[in-house]
Design a binder for this molecule. Structure first.
Ligand code: ATP
Length: 196
């Protein structure tokens, strides 16, 4: 299992100055008035995990996560988020800390680092998916998602539940397999026709 211990943000959305969120054991609550940046924190986590859909980050393009400036402060040229994790299923005796960082520079795209070494987005995404989390996991619930589930049509709700149960996509894989089977049966009967 991997526990998230800390989140460090710089220049990410409303978090213009370096900010650290410490996640202690147990439950952590983030409270504050509307618009103070609570959702931005969860988005920072999802973004560092490799989220690539700007819409999920409530933006038009990915660079929209960079602090855009206010009347009093100039815009930033980059945003960086680091997630510090503790790997509690390490093969070694001691738990190991892992640091995953993502940085985006205006006009230059994103760079990911794993313990300081540059790595591919895919590797970061895999790391989190393997640990049962990840940018699209059902353990991260966005604002409005609960209402979406309640209001969803039965078929859509089923997709959400299947995803949460980890069996999402099995139906379509089954259909694919059935199609392949049908194709093979057709091929076989064609061969048999030729033999006759
Ligand atoms: P609510 O309780 O209303 O959902 P919240 O605490 O979740 O609010 P967020 O939605 O996380 O607040 O934060 C929104 C704030 O972040 C707004 O003030 C918005 O102007 C600011 N913000 C978002 N993107 C940027 C950006 N790129 N640059 C500067 N500020 C930004």
């Amino acid at each position: 299992m991997m526990d998230i211990r800390k989140l460090r943000l710089t220049g990410f959305k409303s978090f213009v100055d370096p900010t650290e969120l410490v996640v202690d054991a147990g439950l952590t609550g983030v409270v504050g008035p509307n618009g103070c940046g609570k959702s931005n924190l969860l988005e920072a986590l999802r973004w560092a995990m490799g989220e690539n859909r700007a819409k999920t980050m409530r933006g038009e393009g990915m660079e929209d996560v960079i602090f855009a400036g206010t009347d009093k402060r100039a815009a930033k040229s980059y945003a960086e988020v680091s997630v510090i994790l503790r790997n509690t299923t390490s093969l070694h005796d001691e738990d190991t800390d892992l640091q995953v960082s993502r940085r985006i520079q205006r006009g230059a795209g994103s760079v990911y680092r794993l313990n300081g070494r540059e790595t591919r987005a895919r590797d970061v995404q895999h790391l989190f998916v393997q640990s049962g989390s990840g940018a699209h996991s059902s353990s991260l619930v966005r604002q409005g998602q609960i209402a979406q589930i309640i209001q969803a049509k039965p078929m859509d709700r089923r997709i959400i539940i299947e995803e949460a149960a980890g069996i999402g996509g099995l139906q379509s894989r089954r259909r694919e397999a059935e199609l392949k089977l049908k194709q093979s049966q057709d091929n076989l009967s064609e061969i048999q026709d030729l033999e006759d």
